[in-house]
Design a protein around this ligand. Structure first.
Ligand SMILES: Cc1cc2nc3c(=O)[nH]c(=O)nc-3n(C[C@H](O)[C@H](O)[C@H](O)COP(=O)(O)OP(=O)(O)OC[C@H]3O[C@@H](n4cnc5c(N)ncnc54)[C@H](O)[C@@H]3O)c2cc1C
Length: 340
């Protein structure tokens, strides 16, 4: 098999592909076409019939498959062993992973095993003039975007959050399916998954919400936060947060928007007390309509906002809430999913 390919880890659970693998394939295809390389999707698990065709339709030239009952559900050490062996045998130039809980555990482990580098949470990937991969990562508190290179070691490895890249439209494409050797010593040693427990979704999922009311450090405390929750309820939306708001305990980890959190593309995003650092903006900048409330007229979030409200949110939100409530009660506007 050809060496120096661009590999994408096609994460799957229970035979269902994670969308981030398809998004990474879209970017890998773009890079491969520019550099005249080929793209391989790497698929590990058990009973994976049908998935290879989908990966080819989304841009893979080759699908490398390892099937074994020890590979379903995911377990760190067997996955690392199969991938490390495949990398040593086929010497990919680039290996991309989704920054999912699985990818964030597996990719660094594999990078260490192969003695190569890994750029985590990239927001873009491109080649420089020498054909080295530039792994674009927000750095220094989000104020700059750093280009990370890995010139001396291979593969060049990166993780990207789900939702940051766009998958390409599926096309009728065919390719080769190649079986990977499942390492003999797959004895299941090390940590093992005994049971999978799925937590029931209690709230409207943030990534799918049409309205997102997001709060930051400027909200200042739980009391202000409940104002945001009320506004989100009236608008039939979900509450998002910046990292400081999560660190303070006002919001849960899964509500964080940005480079290390979720990517949202709602029809309406309302940002309250959020400065607009790149780490956050990368997760909300594709929202259809952005309203930003900040008391600092120079706040960077205003650069991506359609409506700018300069002022103290504690003076702005209560009358806004009352006005919206009155309109809702008088039937002047309706919210999907709410009967009154
Ligand atoms: C590796 C790494 C990954 C990161 N990932 C993420 C991520 O995924 N998501 C994320 O959000 N952050 C992330 N961060 C943190 C990020 O860099 C910023 O620090 C963070 O987004 C800033 O949050 P903020 O806007 O809430 O706070 P601040 O930057 O402190 O801004 C608070 C804003 O509130 C305004 N304000 C204060 N009081 C009021 C008031 N009464 N009314 C109106 N406005 C008011 C202020 O003018 C200010 O603009 C990451 C950082 C690192 C290093």
């Amino acid at each position: 098999m050809e060496k120096n390919q661009i590999w994408v880890f096609a994460e799957q659970r229970g035979g269902v592909l994670h969308v981030v693998g398809l998004e990474l394939l879209g970017k890998a295809r773009e890079l491969a076409d520019a550099a005249k390389k080929s793209v391989a999707a790497v698929l590990l698990g058990d009973k994976l019939a049908g998935l290879a065709d989908r990966l080819m339709a989304h841009g893979a030239d080759v699908v490398l498959v390892a099937e074994d009952d020890l590979l379903e559900p995911y377990q760190l050490l067997p996955y690392t062993a199969v991938l490390a062996r495949a990398c040593r045998e086929y010497e990919p130039d680039i290996f991309l992973f989704g920054a999912t809980s699985l990818g964030m555990e597996l990719a660094p482990r594999l990078a260490a095993r192969l003695a190569t580098g890994l750029a985590a949470h990239c927001i873009d990937l491109k080649f420089d003039a020498e054909g080295e991969l530039l792994q674009m990562v927000p750095g220094w508190g989000g104020g700059v975007v750093a280009a990370v290179r890995c010139p001396k070691h291979r593969p060049q490895m990166a993780t990207v959050m789900p939702g940051v890249l766009k998958k390409c439209e599926p096309a009728r494409r065919s390719g080769e399916v190649k079986r990977l050797t499942v390492v003999d010593r797959l004895d299941g040693s090390g940590p093992q998954v005994l049971e999978i427990y799925r937590e029931a979704l209690r709230e409207r999922p943030l990534a799918a919400a049409e309205v997102v009311v997001a709060g930051g450090w400027g909200v200042g405390g739980k009391e202000g936060w409940s104002l945001l929750e009320e506004l989100a309820r009236i608008l039939g939306g979900a509450v998002g947060a910046t990292r400081p708001a999560v660190d303070e305990g006002w919001a849960k980890e899964e509500q964080m928007i940005g480079q290390s959190g979720k990517t949202v593309r709602p029809r309406l995003y309302v940002g309250v007390g959020i400065s607009g650092m790149p780490h956050h903006v990368v997760g909300m900048e594709d929202s259809a309509f952005v309203v930003a409330i900040n008391q600092d007229p120079q706040a960077p979030i205003f650069e991506v906002a359609d409506v700018v409200i300069v002022g103290d949110y504690r003076e702005i939100l209560p009358p806004l809430r009352e006005a919206l409530r009155a309109k809702l009660e008088s039937g002047q506007f309706g919210v999907r999913g709410q009967s009154s």
